[in-house]
Design a protein. Structure first.
Length: 131
């Protein structure tokens, strides 16, 4: 199938609008098998102060000062790692217990960041279910 755009104005917005591009912190997380390792990795611009949090997933809620919602269940999260990003990502990991009770447990990660240019931000949440 093809798409034809008809009567699209160039540019599509007013020349009086200033376009600003910001790099948001990006979080990836994955689990390993029982007895393996679970890992989270945060990419953010150099100079960003980042705190990597881990806990149980919850409904999103607002934290004053942050434009983005926090997705970890209150009372279940802990700061796992803190770093000022210079080169490379902020990485956190933990050993997955080799126990039957781990199967089916959902774990979520999220990062809180401060960038001198863009200010406070939350990363995307990342979650997985232990298998």
């Amino acid at each position: 199938p093809n798409t034809a755009l008809v009567r699209v104005l160039q540019p599509a917005f007013s020349a009086a609008v200033t376009v600003v591009s910001e790099t948001m912190p990006a979080l990836l997380a994955s689990t390993g098998p029982a007895g393996g390792v679970a890992t989270a990795s945060l990419e953010a611009p150099a100079g960003t102060l980042a705190a990597l949090l881990v806990g149980l997933p919850g409904p999103p809620f607002a934290i004053p000062g942050f434009a983005d919602p926090f997705w970890l269940q209150p009372g279940t999260s802990a700061v796992h790692a803190v770093k000022t990003i210079s080169t490379g990502p902020l990485v956190g990991s933990y050993p997955v217990p080799n126990a039957s009770w781990v199967r089916g447990v959902t774990v979520a990660w999220q990062a809180a960041t401060f960038d001198p240019v863009t200010g406070l931000a939350m990363s995307n949440p990342a979650a997985y279910v232990h298998h």
